[in-house]
Design a protein around this ligand. Structure first.
Ligand code: SF4
Ligand code: SF4
Length: 157
């Protein structure tokens, strides 16, 4: 699940208090076709490097790029192919069991949980949002905490 840059938007717990429905259809739209970023935490890099039997620096050199962030910072992201597919997409996610937290926690991201409007906007490009299995508030907040506890790699330039 790629993302374009968003600011630090806070989730609204009154919006998702009754839970939210989501069931991924594996359509792969979120991994392909459009430019975007898959930002990585140190844990993400450790897991992916181990999954591919590489060391940390070797993985970063082959599969990652630095993206300009806010106020003179850069963030580490996966590369994408010339057609904008994620570097790991080939008839599906080739690192699925080791995929980054950004991918695993979608659509329970702070900005998407900031309002009904943000949730509905995300649903316009994801056919799984609002369908199928209902996730309760406790599950949704555990996904938010998972991201907060393991921030993406960022450095000042
Ligand atoms: S249903 Fe949504 S999350 Fe699943 S692959 Fe499609 S766009 Fe991505
Ligand atoms: S790592 Fe896998 S799930 Fe995440 S964007 Fe790339 S192909 Fe999609």
């Amino acid at each position: 699940m790629k993302v374009s840059f968003t600011g630090n938007v806070m989730p609204d717990d009154s919006f998702y208090a009754q839970g939210l429905c989501f069931s991924c259809t594996r359509c792969s739209v979120c991994c392909r076709f459009e430019p975007g970023y898959v930002f990585l935490s140190k844990t993400d890099v450790d897991i992916l490097a181990s999954f591919l039997s590489m060391d940390y620096n070797g993985f970063v050199a082959v599969y990652c790029r630095w993206i300009n962030g806010y106020e003179g910072t850069v963030r580490l992201s996966l590369k994408e192919k010339a057609n904008y597919d994620c570097i790991f997409w080939k008839k599906g996610c080739t690192v699925y069991s080791g995929r980054p937290k950004q991918c695993r926690t979608f659509p329970f991201w702070a900005d998407i949980l900031s309002s009904r409007e943000a949730w509905d906007n995300a649903a316009l490009s994801c056919p799984g949002i609002g369908k199928g299995k209902r996730y309760d508030r406790s599950y949704i907040e555990s996904r938010l905490k998972e991201r907060q506890a393991d921030p993406v790699i960022e450095k000042t330039i």
